[in-house]
Design a protein around this ligand. Structure first.
Ligand SMILES: *Cc1c(COP(=O)(O)O)cnc(C)c1O
Length: 499
């Protein structure tokens, strides 16, 4: 039987035709040389990042280049890389830079960057099945259980970020409160409905998680904070009691370890006591703060976190991992699995073969296909050692203290919040200070010298410097203070007249 015959008229299958469907390089030697150039270029960029501006305003002509339509024809890899260098590289956020202090962005690291390249080369899918990449994620989970004082059987999952990690915890707590039958029947609203508690300074993604969970953001009670920005536990118990009296069903307390505005850490021991007494799930949003446990200096601030049911945090913030690398850690693996596991004939598990290795990681969250995020974190912990990451975290807190002292020593500046961790909120004094300080921050960003962001505290606009990056040094703090003073003096004339 001639099996080649039916194919011979099909050019896609004809061995005599040039194969334009195989995407591997036609010339591996040239591809290899180009790959090395790309690696060298990005390493140069990281090595020299301090010399360049933090950020540049984006010229309209650059933005316009991204209006081009879908390219149907090929182009040399070298030419695409040239576009990357010309258009993308110079116009990124700049969070690698030691004077990027906006929002809470991590600075990344080289071991993690290289690991991400290896992970992409391996192209592993960590949704399930029996392969060692899954064991890497399980090992990182055990490392985190060790770090946070969780049982060794605790489960964990890499996700995009803490927004999703918080959502997973809310869904697990919901299934625990209502029973896993609620996954079929849905969630009843109104009387008997679930309610949750967090501090008024909790991140907006907590309310969003309750919304997505079908409970409504209105089911989140925001408890007032004390002078240090921590949830006031004395105010929590009466709110829980009032909700119970109204026929509602309290199910979840969300503590924050490192509030997004000022870095305050809730009294997690007090929250754990209340959660225990009230039989509520305690979840900790430790997005940027929780990895402070890696620093022996800071670890005591997080006492009580080991009593939580679940913790969400980001390796891509204080953990210095390249984006994205959020993580959720769950005390009770069975509850975690009960909230997310599902079956399908095409996902049948087996005792042997590639379909072995259950529970699969897709049983712990909404994603089925999942990339190998764990590898960049695994590489960084092994390469640098956990202590070095802890030192980088501790250093950012020392720098924040230095910045706070610098601000306090300048009569023209005022500090707007206590500094618990690595975030300093302050401003230039003067008439129309909200507009003036917003302008100072914008001008700073546009100058490329430094990039803090802003927040509003007690109705007053603050310059917010979050020092997250392991590359930041004392000299960078001095430059920030000097530039804020220079811009404040230069700009306050034009704002002062208005009042
Ligand atoms: C950053 C942050 C989040 C959101 O995390 P993402 O990784 O951006 O999704 C949630 N909570 C706090 C306290 C944060 O600082």
């Amino acid at each position: 039987m001639d099996i080649a015959a039916p194919h011979s008229t099909d050019p896609l299958l004809d061995p005599e035709e040039p194969d334009l469907s195989d995407l591997d390089p036609k010339d591996w030697t040239a591809a290899r040389a180009q790959a090395h150039r790309m690696l060298d270029d990005i390493l140069d960029h990281v090595q020299q990042v301090r010399e360049g501006p933090v950020w540049r305003p984006i010229p309209e002509a650059v933005r316009a280049e991204f209006a081009a339509s879908l390219p149907w024809s090929p182009c040399d890899l070298a030419d695409v890389h040239a576009d990357f260098k010309r258009l993308i590289l110079p116009h990124a956020t700049g969070n690698l830079h030691p004077r990027f202090m906006g929002w809470v962005h991590g600075g990344g690291n080289v071991a993690g960057m290289l690991a991400d390249m290896l992970a992409a080369g391996l192209n592993a899918n960590l949704g399930g099945r029996d392969h060692i990449p899954v064991e890497v994620e399980r090992q990182v989970t055990r490392w985190m259980a060790e770090l946070f004082g969780f049982p060794a059987q605790a489960s964990g999952l890499f996700v995009t970020g803490t927004s999703l990690a918080n959502l997973i915890a809310v869904l697990a707590a919901r299934a625990d409160a209502l029973g896993s039958g609620s996954r079929i029947d849905g969630v009843a609203q109104g009387v008997g409905g679930l309610v949750a508690y967090a501090s008024a300074a909790a991140h907006s993604c907590i309310a969003k998680a309750l919304d997505i969970a079908g409970l409504g953001s209105g089911a989140l009670r925001l408890i007032a904070t004390d002078d240090a920005g921590r949830m006031d536990p004395a105010r929590l118990a009466p709110v829980i009691a009032a909700d119970r009296a109204a026929g509602l069903q309290p199910f979840l307390i969300v503590g924050t370890a490192g509030t997004v505005d000022i870095g305050a850490v809730d009294d997690l021991t007090a929250l754990a006591d209340i959660a225990e007494r009230e039989h509520l799930w305690l979840h900790v949003d430790g997005a940027f703060g929780a990895l402070g446990r890696l620093s022996p200096d800071l670890a005591p601030l997080f006492a009580g976190i080991e009593r939580a049911q679940s913790i969400a945090f980001d390796f891509h913030k204080w953990g210095q991992a390249p984006y994205d690398a959020g993580f959720v850690l769950m005390r009770d693996e069975a509850k975690h699995r009960a909230a997310f596991a599902s079956t399908a004939p095409y996902l049948e598990r087996q005792a042997r073969g590639m379909a072995a290795g259950q529970p699969w990681l897709c049983d712990y969250g909404p994603d089925l296909s999942r990339g190998f995020r764990a590898l960049k974190v695994w590489f960084a912990f092994k390469t640098y050692g956990a202590a070095a990451i802890g030192r980088a975290i501790a250093k950012t807190c020392r720098l924040a203290q230095a910045l706070a002292r610098g601000v306090d020593a300048e009569p023209e500046l005022e500090r707007l919040a206590p500094v618990a961790l690595n975030i300093v909120c302050f401003r230039y004094r003067g008439p129309d200070a909200d507009r003036l300080n917003a302008e100072i921050v914008t001008a700073l960003q546009e100058s490329g010298v430094a990039a803090p962001s802003t927040t509003v505290l007690d109705g007053r606009l603050a310059i917010r410097a979050a020092i997250v990056n392991h590359r930041t040094r004392a000299e960078d703090i001095d430059i920030l203070v000097r530039e804020v003073l220079r811009l404040g003096r230069a700009l306050s004339g034009s704002f002062g007249d208005a009042s």
